[in-house]
Structures are given as C-alpha cells and as structure tokens.
Design a binder for this molecule. Structure first.
Ligand code: SF4
Length: 71
C-alpha cells in the first residue's frame, strides 16, 4: 500500500509546521512547502502534518481516497 502526499502551494502559507513535524517528508522552499517524497509507506506523521496544517494545504490519499486531513 502506498499513500500519496500533496501540497497545494497556492494554499500553503509557509508556516513550516509540516517541515518541523516531518522533516523527512516536507521541506520549505522559499515561501512554500514541498513534498520530498510523493509516494510513501503508511506514516502517521503524514496524517498529523495534514491535520495540523493551518491552511489545509496538505492532502494524503490512499488509492485515490482522501484520508487526511481528518475530519
Ligand atoms: S504546514 Fe501547511 S501552510 Fe505550513 S508550510 Fe506546511 S503546507 Fe504550508
């Protein structure tokens, strides 16, 4: 099972929270975050980064289904 990580750079406000929580998955590049790996093994940190993103700019999908941010 592979999850996919995406950052909507149009929504990202560059808070850096994702890169602080999961530096192996996200990095700040200028004013926006980028994903370092789009396809990942299931990883709770990815879900938490999506949940904590203040701009709801991070999406985690599993087989095309959105699994984070969680409601
Ligand atoms: S936590 Fe969200 S708003 Fe902050 S840098 Fe990451 S993607 Fe951008």
């Amino acid at each position: 099972m592979t999850w996919r990580l995406e950052v909507d750079t149009g929504a990202c406000i560059g808070s850096g929270i994702c890169a602080s929580l999961s530096p192996e998955l996200f990095a700040l590049r200028g004013a926006h975050a980028e994903v370092l790996r789009e396809g990942i093994e299931p990883d709770e940190q990815a879900l938490e980064a999506a949940d904590f993103c203040p701009a709801s700019a991070i999406t985690v999908t599993d087989g095309g289904q959105v699994i984070a941010p969680r409601p």
